[in-house]
Write a protein that binds this ligand. Structure first.
Ligand SMILES: *[C@@H]1O[C@H](CO)[C@@H](O)[C@H](O)[C@H]1NC(C)=O
Ligand SMILES: *[C@@H]1O[C@H](CO)[C@@H](O)[C@H](O)[C@H]1NC(C)=O
Ligand SMILES: *[C@@H]1O[C@H](CO)[C@@H](O)[C@H](O)[C@H]1NC(C)=O
Ligand SMILES: *[C@@H]1O[C@H](CO)[C@@H](O)[C@H](O)[C@H]1NC(C)=O
Ligand SMILES: *[C@@H]1O[C@H](CO)[C@@H](O)[C@H](O)[C@H]1NC(C)=O
Ligand SMILES: *[C@@H]1O[C@H](CO)[C@@H](O)[C@H](O)[C@H]1NC(C)=O
Ligand SMILES: *[C@@H]1O[C@H](CO)[C@@H](O)[C@H](O)[C@H]1NC(C)=O
Length: 851
């Protein structure tokens, strides 16, 4: 920024009577006045300030001589000239109108402030103060401000400078192009209005669009000015809220050194983000694109701000094909095109600005200067504006132009409200600018179907068009409207697309701009250290977790991830079923065992009269065989899907039949012991343990177990249970014990009886008997205890169908052990050695033993 702000004004005479009120007429604007670029006198004067030239001539101040007058130089922005012309046009229309300000002639002073703050300030002072020299009006302090209101300042920086001055004196300013959200702050810019929406809305819309198309990795450039810095700061804030990451954020202003420009261009060339958001003014973006064109970067998707996205000058940069951005809606101003072309060389010669425009457009010289060094030929009068192709004559895209038009009408409406009533309008009323300001706040009208009103911040309702640069049939690039944004719509419905966007690569497919590709199913993001959150590695989900999009999450307890880890599958349910080989084998063994028991019963029953059967307590034997049959059969309840009933039946049936079985064996052992004792002289113990007592003891032993089982079942019965804790990948359908105490009581009672039986049998094993069963019982109890002791650790260690199989195996093994040890020898003798099945033989055996 230049610091050569030369204060050309010593005193704002008209506005500060306190300072200059005493010496009227001696206080005038100092320095060389800047003549207005365009002006017309009238009853009321409206100011206008536009950025028609590129920049201001800079001068090294020596402080030894008077500085040169400020002067705008450089290339001419014909579009800005059009903005100035539409102000003229609107004022002419208002002058012609019989409704708005009838009988009143409005005048204007239009200045070129060439976006340079010193010039802007000078123009502002002149507008506020008037030009004493030009208008020869030394009676300054008696009059109000030179202008009642200002249309303009195109740039935000210029508008801020002007607004600070105008705000102090209550002169309203209506900008057509200053979009900085900072200007909505009414404490700092109290008299500022605008017809263009604030960047606040544009920035929100841009961030939402970037989010909408899924670009999470973008680069940004901005003008290093109030416009760019404020706009970009808001955009970055909005983008951060939307979860968008920014690879780089560069700033450039067209008067900054070239080395800075080169650095910015290099950053853009090296970037990996395929989307670049440029929040820049036209002058800055043009300089940047020119630099980039020298050594084009890889193609990228440009997102533009409203200043340049519809500027025809930028359209020639092929770099930006496919660019999209929000623009002020296109509009129609009837009659304006004819007004633009309505310029003759005579009219043009009245104003140096128009003369320069004419000469630049036609490359000819209007003034026949003698000794002119310019090589331009003289204009010969055949020049035709209609044949010109430049931004001045291009009225196909009237966007900002309409903002100027609206601003002018808004001021006219405000004036109308002050000077006109039903009877007519007063020409010679003295108006304070502050009155115009008050009226402007209430302005609400419709012109050419475009409504104009200001909210409490002086902002209009925000409406934008989404514009896309597309190739047309003839190979030229055009602005195509592809969508709308209307901030007055309910939230979420502001943004609508109406046509397909053609992107930078010429396709309709939305380009991708991400730092890291989205993670495939089964993986999740892991942010890289020291990098933005959009840059991440993909790491596999932990066991038991899936991800179908972004994050890993656990499946429900009944489910388990598939191999790709993108879906949850129901876990297989495991139990020992009838259909599997193990189940069939065990069931078959159980049935075979019961058949064996039955056939032994049959054999014994057929030979119930034979000595060997009779000698061995046949009643208990049959009861034992019966209970063994049940023992075999009860293992069947362990096979198949556990249900409420089978769970209750399982352990109780097993417990009761086994107790029945062991108590029979116990009875037999006691009988053996007693029988031996009874043979001893003098004792009659046999009487005490006859068949009656035997039955009673078996019954009461069993009754204890039945009671235990009844207690277990009533207090806390076993139930089917899906065990999901033990294995992650399958569900085990098992019978929960309900009460572990119940279970261990049942088992413990069996164990107790078995142990008792074992002890007694062990004591009796050596006793001489006719056919001593005791040693077989000892042996069978050994097997029994061994089987069940090995069963316990297997049972406790891990649930699953094999545990159930182990339990069944234990049942079968112990039953087979019992049946084989106790009955096999007898059957063998009955079937194969009938000769030994005699009383004599048995007795003989006994007698040999006794002897
Ligand atoms: C205003 O009226 C004059 C004369 O009647 C006419 O030449 C001019 O075109 C009108 N201007 C507009 C903008 O209507
Ligand atoms: C302005 O309008 C008045 C009549 O309302 C007319 O006499 C005058 O010529 C017009 N001036 C211009 C510059 O159009
Ligand atoms: C300004 O007006 C005064 C009379 O009020 C006159 O004497 C003087 O010459 C005028 N100056 C110019 C530059 O027109
Ligand atoms: C007028 O000058 C233009 C170039 O400036 C030239 O093309 C044209 O022929 C000239 N016309 C006449 C009538 O001289
Ligand atoms: C403007 O006036 C219209 C009716 O003419 C009304 O619907 C609208 O709300 C007004 N706007 C404002 C901002 O007051
Ligand atoms: C305004 O809208 C009406 C109806 O849509 C249309 O007839 C008229 O021509 C429009 N006026 C302008 C100036 O566009
Ligand atoms: C991802 O999973 C969630 C819930 O698990 C589901 O709502 C969503 O539809 C899934 N998305 C895809 C693309 O499968």
């Amino acid at each position: 920024m230049h610091v050569n702000l030369v204060l050309t004004v010593v005193c704002i005479t008209r506005l500060c009577p306190a300072v200059c009120g005493v010496n009227l007429g001696t206080c005038i604007l100092q320095g060389d006045p800047q003549p207005p670029a365009l002006f017309k006198d009238g009853d009321f004067i409206i100011g206008g300030a536009f950025t028609i030239h590129d920049h201001m001539r800079t001068e090294k101040h020596t402080y030894t001589r008077r500085p040169q007058p400020l002067e705008c130089i450089g290339s001419m922005d014909f579009r800005e000239l059009r903005f100035a012309r539409v102000l003229q046009f609107a004022i002419q229309e208002i002058n012609n109108s019989s409704d708005l300000l009838p009988g009143i002639t409005l005048g204007y002073h239009i200045y070129d402030s060439c976006a340079s703050v010193p010039m802007v300030m000078k123009v502002a002072f002149q507008l506020a103060n008037g030009l004493g020299l030009v208008f020869n009006d030394t009676d300054s302090c008696a009059k109000s401000a030179a202008v009642l209101a200002l249309v303009g300042e195109s740039g935000s920086t210029a508008a801020i400078s002007t607004s600070r001055l105008f705000g102090s004196f209550g002169i309203p300013q209506v900008s057509h192009y200053a979009t900085c959200a900072c200007l909505s702050d009414k404490r700092q810019h109290p008299t500022f209005f605008r017809t263009i929406p604030s960047d606040h809305h544009q920035v929100a819309a841009l961030a939402r669009m970037v989010k909408h198309f899924g670009w999470t990795w973008i680069g940004t450039v901005r003008s290093d000015s109030d416009y760019g810095n404020n706009g970009m700061a808001s955009f970055l804030k909005a983008a951060e809220e939307e979860g968008i990451c920014v690879e780089y954020s560069e700033a450039y202003y067209r008067t900054q050194p070239r080395s800075k420009l080169k650095r910015v261009a290099d950053v853009i060339r090296r970037s990996t983000a395929r989307v670049i958001v440029a929040f820049m003014s036209v002058g800055d973006v043009r300089v940047l694109l020119e630099e980039l064109s020298q050594q084009p970067p890889p193609p990228m998707q440009w997102i533009g701000s409203e200043t340049w996205i519809t500027d025809p000058q930028i359209l020639r940069f092929n770099l930006c094909i496919g660019a999209v951005g929000f623009a002020i809606p296109r509009s129609v101003i009837p009659g304006f095109r004819n007004f633009l072309f309505d310029l003759s060389p005579e009219q043009v010669l009245k104003f140096p600005l128009l003369t320069e425009f004419w000469e630049r457009s036609f490359s000819c010289s209007l003034k026949q200067q003698t000794g002119s060094s310019t090589a331009m030929p003289a204009c010969n009068g055949t020049e035709d504006l209609r044949a010109l192709q430049n931004p001045y004559t291009d009225t196909s895209q009237l966007r900002i132009t309409n903002m100027v038009y609206k601003a002018t009408y808004a001021i006219a409406h405000a004036l109308h409200g002050i000077v006109c009533n039903e009877k007519g309008c007063g020409k010679n009323i003295k108006i304070e600018p502050r009155k115009v300001f008050d009226q402007l706040k209430q302005v609400n009208f419709t012109k050419n179907n475009y409504s104009v009103s200001f909210d409490s911040n002086g902002d209009p309702v925000a409406t934008y068009e989404l514009v896309n640069w597309q190739f047309q049939g003839d190979g030229s690039v055009h602005f195509v409207t592809v969508g709308q944004y209307d901030a007055s719509q309910p939230k979420g419905q502001e943004f609508s697309l109406s046509r397909t966007i053609i992107w930078y690569d010429g396709s309709e497919k939305v380009p991708v701009s991400v730092c890291s590709e989205s993670c495939p199913p089964g993986t999740r993001k892991a942010v890289k250290k020291g990098r933005p959150v959009c840059c991440y590695d993909c790491i596999n989900c932990a066991e038991g977790q899936i991800s179908n999009e972004t994050d890993c999450h656990k499946c429900l307890p009944e489910y388990w991830p598939n191999n790709k880890k993108n879906k949850c599958l129901a876990k297989p349910v495991e139990f020992l079923s009838w259909n599997e080989i193990l189940g069939i084998i065990l069931a078959a063994s159980s049935i075979a065992g019961s058949l064996v028991a039955l056939s032994i019963t049959l054999v014994l029953y057929k030979n119930r009269a034979s000595p060997i059967v009779r000698a061995n307590n046949s009643e208990l034997s049959f009861l034992l065989l019966f209970s063994l049959t049940l023992c075999f059969l009860c293992s069947l309840t362990f096979i198949g899907r556990p249900t409420e009933w089978s769970c209750m039946l399982r352990h109780t049936a097993f417990g009761i039949t086994f107790v029945l079985c062991i108590s029979c064996v116990l009875g037999k052992t006691i009988v053996v012991l007693m029988a031996f004792k009874a043979t001893l002289p003098g004792s009659n113990v046999m009487k005490w343990f006859g068949p009656h007592q035997q039955r009673l003891s078996v019954f009461s032993f069993t009754l204890v177990q039945v009671l235990i089982c009844v207690l277990w079942l009533t207090i806390s019965p076993p139930f089917p249970y899906n065990n999901m804790q033990h294995y992650k990948e399958k569900i085990i359908l098992e019978c929960s014990l309900g009460s572990a105490i119940g279970f261990w009581a049942v088992l413990g009672y069996i164990g107790l009886l078995a142990f008792l039986c074992f002890i007694l049998a062990f004591l009796a094993r050596k006793l001489p008997d006719k056919f001593n069963e005791a040693k077989f019982i000892t042996f069978s109890m050994l097997i029994f205890c061994a089987v069940w002791i090995t069963f316990v650790p297997a049972y406790v260690s891990s649930p699953g169908k094999f545990t159930v199989a182990v339990e069944i195996f234990a049942i079968l093994a112990s039953s087979f052990g019992l049946i084989l040890c106790i009955f096999a020898p007898k059957c063998f003798i009955i079937v194969f050695r009938p000769d030994q099945n005699t009383k004599k033989h048995l007795m003989g055996k006994v007698s040999t033993k006794v002897h």
